[in-house]
Design a binder for this molecule. Structure first.
Ligand code: FAD
Length: 481
């Protein structure tokens, strides 16, 4: 391998970083750095002098102190699966200053598990799936669950306030945290690693860092909530007429089954058709096509057969009256997995179909049908022949709403200038009291858009918090605010 030649400035920083984290913790080779500088979708490519990989909170703190002294910006990075360009540095053309990527990957220890307190204390670089597994080994559930769980990290999950497939029952990442340890932008360590369910001693500081996308400090560890491992799950795939039916059905099933409903996922026929077209080994679980589908999952303690029977009983009337057009209930774990594969493969199927303009939006659950109807009509009027792939966590009012044209030439033209499409979609979301980022965050992608949709007062408060904690604006510059 050719020797890497560093500028004198970078060489000095390299030496300082090696002195803190050891030679194995610093990457300066451009080829080795490349994966850290490009986001998951390949949409953003940034520039950094070094990738620094500390192995302890003290090392993170020392790295931050040194960088602040030299006025080097820090971009915290977890699994780099974020979908808004938050985890990669800005391009050199967009940021005149110096930057490093701070990867938390080496901080991957489970520090403690307190079964009676139902908590687990983990370092920020723990991969989500490994935290789920550690909980499972203690007959506990850590319920955060998302498509990228094999590579995303707890630090990234908390910094984006990740949502996923079990929010309906257990809430977002924000709801699953009891304590945090954070290295502040001046290098001091805030030890807030408390495992308390009750603590009314002033402002809840941890919530400031959750969802901050690395702009207010580096999360180094967290105390997370655990739940009893559910011994029974029941999974159903339903054909329905419309999103309105889905909302009505959710209300009915909640009345009958209460908190047992863990996931309630909506998908349009086109979303399913793309999965069937592109993902090998998938097949339509129902005997004929329906306009919309629901994937519902229940979980509980007790016997699986009993839960299946309860679900069937709750669906019986809706099936008889035609409010549910068709249904299949998984009879085994393998069948449930096959049904979930249809939902989980949706991002991959669309990637294979071609590029589209993606939106991750939320509105009150009751307004989802109106959002889909109004946005789709406005888009069809503005762009005749437009194709809409709508699916998502309808139980949380969160819809992934992706827009493209079937014709490749027209599609290339559409995606080249996403502004007019975004305006139609986001204005509709805003009219209905919704959010232009339900679960993925703002990153670089929506930093400008948010100026239009948050009130001036909210933006002023956000900037004031940022400036107070990070007066030199060195924590993940160019993201969020
Ligand atoms: P990164 O991408 O590395 O970072 C994300 C942000 O957090 C960046 O701004 C970064 O600077 C900051 N950050 C990372 N670590 C730290 C830290 N320790 N301290 C401070 N800041 C930090 N998201 C959902 O919410 N729900 C889904 O259902 C979902 N499904 C997905 C499916 C696929 C196939 C993919 C690729 C992504 C999906 N995502 C989903 C998006 C993504 O997985 C989440 O946003 C995830 O929480 C990001 O974690 P990460 O470790 O990859 O973070």
């Amino acid at each position: 391998m050719a020797e890497v030649v560093l500028t004198p400035e970078t060489k000095a920083l390299h030496e300082a970083m090696v002195a803190i984290v050891g030679p194995q913790g610093v990457i300066a080779d451009p080829n080795e750095m490349a994966p850290y500088l490009t986001d998951w979708r390949g949409r953003y490519r940034g520039a950094a002098e070094l990738v620094v990989r500390p192995a302890s909170t003290e090392q993170v703190a020392e790295v931050v102190r040194r960088c602040v002294r030299e006025r080097v910006a820090i971009v915290p990075q977890g699994g780099n699966t974020g979908l808004c360009g938050g985890s990669v540095p800005l391009a050199a053309s967009a940021y005149p200053g110096r930057q490093i990527v701070l990867s938390l990957a080496r901080m991957n220890r489970i520090r403690a598990l307190d079964a009676d307190n139902n908590t687990i204390t983990v370092e920020a670089g723990c991969v989500l799936a490994s935290v789920q597994e550690a909980a499972r080994n203690a007959q506990r559930l850590f319920p955060l669950s998302l498509g990228a769980e094999g590579s995303c990290q707890i630090g990234g999950n908390l910094s984006t306030n990740a949502g996923g497939e079990a929010v309906l029952r257990y809430g977002n990442a924000r709801d699953l945290v009891l304590g945090l340890e954070v290295v502040l932008p001046d290098g001091r360590v805030w030890d807030g690693l408390r495992g308390l369910r009750k603590d009314n001693t002033g402002y809840d500081l941890k919530q400031l860092f959750i969802g901050a996308e690395g702009t207010l400090g580096v999360i180094t560890a967290a105390v997370l909530k655990l739940f009893p491992w559910p011994t029974a799950t029941a999974t159903a795939f339903l054909g329905i007429e419309s999103p309105q039916r889905a909302v009505e059905l959710l209300s009915e099933l909640r009345a009958a089954l209460g908190e047992r409903i863990t996931s309630f996922e909506l998908m349009s026929r086109l979303s399913l058709a793309l999965v069937l077209k592109h993902i090998p080994g998938t097949s339509d679980p129902l005997s004929q096509p329906y306009p919309w589908y629901l994937l519902a999952e229940l979980s509980d303690n007790g016997k699986p057969q009993a839960l299946n029977a309860r679900l069937l009983e709750a669906l019986e009337e809706a099936l008889e009256q035609g409010r549910v057009l068709d249904a299949v209930l998984a009879q085994s774990e393998a069948q449930a997995e096959a049904l979930w594969r249809l939902r989980d493969a949706m991002a991959e199927a669309q990637k294979q179909e071609g590029v589209s303009i993606k939106h991750d939006v939320s509105v009150p659950v009751s307004q989802v049908p109106r959002f889909i109807d109004e946005a789709s009509r406005a888009l069809e009027e503005a762009f005749p022949g437009v194709r809409i792939v709508a699916f998502g966590h309808i139980g949380d009012g969160n819809i992934h709403y992706n827009v493209s044209m079937a014709d490749p030439v027209l599609n290339a033209r559409l995606v080249e200038d996403p502004g007019p499409v975004n305006r139609i979609v986001y204005d509709c979301v805003s009219r209905l009291g919704g959010s232009i980022s339900a679960e993925h965050g703002l990153g670089q992608l929506k930093r400008e858009e948010i100026q239009r949709y948050k009130s001036p007062l909210e933006l002023e408060l956000m900037r004031a918090i940022k400036h107070t904690l990070d007066p030199h604006h060195l924590m993940n510059p160019g993201k969020v605010v």
